[in-house]
Design a protein around this ligand. Structure first.
Ligand code: AMP
Ligand code: ZN
Length: 136
């Protein structure tokens, strides 16, 4: 993808602070970290999002995200780590080359997740679980 920032990072056309690289995967520091040590893990091949990426490639970036999480925890002594993939703008995706965020968390850092949770209405959970199962 010619106009993809992360493809340009893979090619070396845009600089990045690399943490890990192999033939299929690149891990580098997010330019605007939530906390210091925030790493992005990407496949070198361009896929847009979780819908698009082949399962094997997702497995590759997941394994790397696990290794990054252990390394970030060990190196920086953080209190926790979020591993997330944002898909589509409604979910906060800004760069359309699939990437896994490895986000170090510090107690009391205030970056809460998923404010305003709701409860299921009577029968609603079963109905929605069935809908999802049938779509598999
Ligand atoms: P998302 O909102 O999930 O699409 O995340 C995109 C992430 O890419 C953001 O956290 C940005 O800070 C990060 N980002 C954008 N441009 C660069 C870049 N050139 N190098 C490193 N990280 C970047
Ligand atoms: Zn790309």
């Amino acid at each position: 993808m010619n106009d993809c920032i992360f493809c340009k990072i893979v090619k070396g056309d845009i600089p990045s602070t690399k943490v890990y690289e192999d033939e299929k995967i690149l891990a580098f520091l997010d330019i605007k970290p939530v906390n210091i040590g925030h790493v992005l893990v990407i496949p070198k091949e361009h896929f847009k999002d979780i819908y698009d990426i082949p399962e094997e490639t997702l497995a590759d970036i997941s394994k790397t995200a696990k290794r990054m999480s252990v390394a970030v925890k060990k190196a920086l002594g953080v209190d926790g780590i979020n591993v997330t993939v944002n898909n589509e703008p409604a979910a906060g995706q800004v760069i359309f080359h699939v990437h896994m965020h490895v986000i170090p968390r510090i107690k009391g850092d205030g970056f809460g997740l998923w404010h305003g949770r709701r409860d299921y209405r009577e029968g609603e959970a079963k109905e929605v679980a069935q809908k999802i199962s049938q779509a598999l």
